[in-house]
Design a protein around this ligand. Structure first.
Ligand code: HAM
Length: 431
């Protein structure tokens, strides 16, 4: 059957077992973030368009050509958020906590939207896990945030990742660097596409996002941000490097890293996984010491990161903890009600197992053949073969106060008193 409706291009549906992996990674993440005093914030997916133009930057690719922007019924321009930092900053100012006790530590999970060309690891709806730390100007903020990030990556089984870092300095650094870049690239401008010529005029830093090899080769010997750093930013950066080294966080200097958003000051960072194929980052972040003030709040230093959850799960080596599976099979509709009660007893006896009743009460033969299929499927998903059973409840069992179980791995079958369920499943867990 050809489906009548298809998902919107660049969006995806998720089913088990994939959703189980997402949930497990998110549970680990929440625990790690909470253990460092970060609390969850949830902000709307819809924001006023101007928020992103003012924060991410009018001339960035994101704002210029990747936003889902539309007028609402009264003609106000709204946008599906392309990232979450701007919304978090808006909310923090709105709630009045930007002038409250510091540091303020927040994290979020959620969908983001960018009108990009869909390809492996790049979607139009994708999800981010992010964290933002407000109120700390010193390098201890970088140290705390990156330690937390690496604790999470490690818990997902990553061993060989390292973070690329750079400093983009202050607004003055950016202005001087942009100007130098413009001067360096202008003689070659005629070779550039119309898009890159626009970048060159409006915001030369954005040329780092160009895919054109002619631009890339020109950028290779271009001036670097570090040539324009002020003394304080330079000192800040070497302190950051020292703290990261002390914390054992693998880190490489990348003088060409500028990131695709305009709000960054000083430290910027990215983590790229070789397993993603293209040069795509699993996560990115940095310091944004002027953003709160420029969105109408008090002067407040801040730093954060966002992990692309879709990409992260594509390459994360972690496996789900093995679970058990028990199928309770009533012989016919007469046993169905009791089968539901029995399922409750089995859940108590086998905590952590997935316990399902054959609600269609198809009888033992069909029930067991479905159990066989589920067994193969569950085993392929990493379920624990030694903890997969069918529990049969027929008229004979009911009359005798007994149940029959069948070990789905070995095919062994045994009838025993129902009161022995806890002991049996307890024993099942030990094997
Ligand atoms: P970003 O680098 O634009 O930063 O996005 C962070 C991550 O989101 C990327 O490294 C990537 O893994 C993922 N991502 C971005 N676009 C897509 C896409 N089309 N499909 C799949 N994944 C994608 C930010 O968004 C900043 N708000 C990070 C930040 C937080 N900086 C400070 N605080």
């Amino acid at each position: 059957m050809t489906p009548r409706y298809r998902p919107v291009k660049g969006t995806r549906d998720f089913f088990p077992p994939e959703t189980e992996r997402w949930a497990a990674a998110e549970a680990v993440c929440r625990e790690i973030f909470r253990a460092r005093g970060f609390g969850e914030i949830r902000t709307p997916i819809l924001e006023h368009t101007e928020l992103f133009a003012r924060s991410v930057g009018e001339t960035t690719d994101i704002v210029h050509k990747e936003m889902y922007t539309f007028p609402d019924r009264r003609g106000r321009s709204l946008t599906l958020r392309p990232e979450n930092t701007a919304g978090v900053v808006r909310a923090v100012i709105e709630k009045g906590i930007a002038t409250g006790p510091m540091p303020l530590r927040l994290y979020y999970f959620g969908p983001q939207f960018r009108y990009e060309r869909p390809q492996a690891g790049r979607y139009r709806e994708f999800r981010q896990i992010g964290a933002e730390l407000f109120g700390v100007a010193g390098p201890a903020a970088e140290a705390e945030l990156l330690e937390m990030l690496f604790a999470f990556l490690k818990s997902l089984g990553f061993v060989n990742l390292s973070v690329s870092v750079n400093s983009v300095g202050t607004a003055a650094t950016r202005a001087a660097f942009s100007e130098a870049l413009r001067r360096h690239l202008e003689p070659a401008a005629a070779e550039f596409s119309e898009e890159d010529q626009r970048r060159l005029t409006e915001n030369p830093l954005r040329l780092f996002e160009s895919k054109d090899p002619a631009v890339a080769s020109r950028l290779a010997d271009a001036p670097k941000t570090r040539d324009f750093l002020d003394e304080d930013s330079r000192r800040h950066h070497s302190e950051v490097r020292r703290l990261l080294a002390d914390a054992g966080i693998p880190c490489e200097e990348d003088p060409a890293l500028v990131r695709g958003l305009d709000y960054y000051t000083r430290t910027v960072f990215e983590v790229v996984s070789k397993d993603l194929g293209a040069q795509d980052a699993i996560l990115g972040g940095g310091r944004y010491d002027n953003l709160v003030e420029s969105l109408g709040g008090p002067p407040l230093p801040a730093i954060g990161f966002a992990i692309g959850e879709d990409r992260l799960l594509q390459v994360a080596p972690f496996l789900l903890p093995a679970r058990g599976l028990v199928l309770v099979l009533p012989q016919g509709p007469e046993q169905l009600q009791d089968a539901l009660l029995l399922a409750g007893e089995v859940r108590r006896a086998a905590p952590g197992s997935s316990v399902e009743v054959d609600l269609l009460a198809r009888g033992f033969k069909k029930g067991l053949s479905r159990a066989g299929l589920l067994y193969e499927e569950a085993a392929a998903r990493g379920y624990d073969r030694d903890r997969m059973f069918a529990v049969l409840l027929g008229a004979d069992e009911k009359a005798a106060g007994a149940v029959t179980w069948k070990n789905l791995a070995t095919g062994d079958q045994e009838t025993f008193p129902r009161s022995e369920l806890p002991r049996r499943f307890g024993a099942g867990r030990e094997t």
